[in-house]
Design a binder for this molecule. Structure first.
Ligand code: SF4
Length: 438
């Protein structure tokens, strides 16, 4: 591994067995557990912690699996301080149980030891196509496979995982962890068809012709937004999502360092202050930027980044300029960006930069809905869904969930929505089969 790749080692360390059990023993096993209320997918937190405290790793894992298909991932990237951990009764005293780290420990232990061998039902309830293999798609697929559906995931990239694989950097979520979680979903009997982009290689109508009873769209928000100011086509202005993708495949030795759109020694600006901005900023640090500055038009209190990610970025030397709006990108005669003209609390300033990373949001691509009929989207391109059956679009049998419906959110919120849609799909397919209206 070269020096740049070495810096992408996972930042947070795992518990040892003794540390995990000791931490679990601190839990009060509250009768009315507030930690559980803070979990978007209603994980049975005190129960799995209790099993762990007694050394029953298999039972702890079984309890987690009842609610989550991706615990090794959630244990790493969920905003625990805002969710379970932040709601723990011991949190106010500064002694909150480290729930995320415990979940991660159990999931990693299970992967290593291959503890769980689930009894799976025959796949006779129906055939479901899942488009996209990010958190929403994997959740729907896992839930439906466990309930006896024959599920196939269609993924446009050469590897499954979506944003988990290509969006979240290695130091926060090692790709080996993502691959292993996906292998567990595969072990539930889910089929994966990779390098197949629905809307280009196959359409929704063709999928129905192939005999699928229902189709789930979980394609997220693939189109990053542009900043519409003068100079925005200059070379060196790059979408953060593109940088993160290229760095991931550079770390996997698929492309060379030259393919990464940021050079060692660059003075880097990041525009935006959400989690993607933090990932881009911290990635730029690891790729050898000489300085990294986040420009945000609002205040520190308004940023959407998880506080711990922001603090990590500060620790790693990322600078923040609040109430700073980009008015224009400045360039040289060769069409290369040289800086940003910004409105700051001190007035208009020209700030020198060699590379600008945009992280101002994303929206759904309309590749799928534009190549079929009957799926309505709102004025900004988000898919419109119904309450009954939960998650069905305006086209019968086609469902959607995760960011493509609810706008970009955290991994666990995409999972939460997807779990409800999986229940809606099961209900719909059962009803169709019962009434034989197909
Ligand atoms: Fe344990 Fe904290 Fe949950 Fe109580 S609130 S059950 S102490 S993790």
């Amino acid at each position: 591994m070269n020096e740049a790749k070495e810096t992408f080692r996972e930042v947070n360390e795992s518990f040892t067995i003794k540390e995990a059990i000791d931490e679990a023993k601190r839990c009060l096993n509250c009768k009315n557990p507030s930690c559980k209320k803070g979990c978007p997918i209603d994980n049975d937190i005190p129960d799995f912690i209790h099993q762990l405290s007694m050394g029953n790793m298999g039972d702890a894992m079984r309890i987690i699996n009842e609610k989550s298909n991706l615990p090794a991932i959630c244990g790493r990237v969920c905003p625990h301080e805002k969710q379970c951990q932040g709601h723990c009764v011991l949190y106010a005293k500064g002694k909150g149980i480290q729930i995320g780290k415990l979940e991660r420990f159990i999931a990693d232990f299970d992967t290593e030891m291959n503890l769980i061998r689930e009894k799976l039902p025959q796949k006779t309830r129906g055939k479901v196509a899942v488009i996209g293999s990010g958190p929403a798609g994997l959740t729907v697929a896992g839930d439906l496979a466990r309930q006896g559906f024959n599920v196939t995931i269609f993924e446009g990239q050469s590897e499954a995982g979506g944003v988990l694989m290509y969006g979240i950097p290695e130091y926060r979520l090692p790709k080996a962890v993502v691959t292993k979680e996906i292998q567990k979903i595969e072990a539930l009997g889910v089929n994966f068809i990779l390098n197949c982009l629905v809307g280009r290689d196959i359409t929704i109508d063709q999928l129905f012709q192939q005999g699928y009873d229902a189709i789930f769209i979980g394609t997220g928000t693939a189109l990053p937004k542009d900043l519409n100011v003068p100079g925005n086509t200059l070379r060196g202005i790059v979408q953060s999502s593109y940088l993160l993708h290229m760095v991931t495949i550079f770390n996997q030795n698929i492309v060379s360092r030259d393919a990464v759109p940021m050079h060692e020694g660059d003075r880097v600006a990041v525009i935006g202050c959400g989690n993607v901005a933090m990932d881009a900023a911290r990635t730029a640090v690891r790729m050898g930027a000489s300085s990294v500055t986040v420009l945000y038009h609002r205040t520190e209190a308004d940023m959407s980044a998880i506080p711990s990610e922001y603090q990590e970025a500060v620790k790693e030397g990322v600078k923040f300029m609040w109430k700073t709006s980009t008015k224009e990108f400045l360039g040289d005669g060769d069409g290369k960006v040289t800086g940003i003209r910004a409105e700051t609390p001190e007035g208009i300033q020209d700030l020198p930069f060699d590379c600008v990373l945009l992280a101002i949001g994303s929206r759904p691509a309309n590749r799928i809905v534009s190549t079929t009929t009957g799926i309505e989207v709102d004025e900004t391109g988000y898919v419109i869904v119904k309450e009954r059956p939960y998650g069905m679009t305006t086209r019968r049998g086609v469902f959607a969930g995760g960011d493509v419906v609810h706008r970009p959110h955290t991994v666990v919120l995409a999972m939460k929505a997807a779990k409800q849609v999986a229940a809606g799909i099961a209900q719909y397919v059962d009803a169709v089969k019962l009434l034989s209206i197909e």
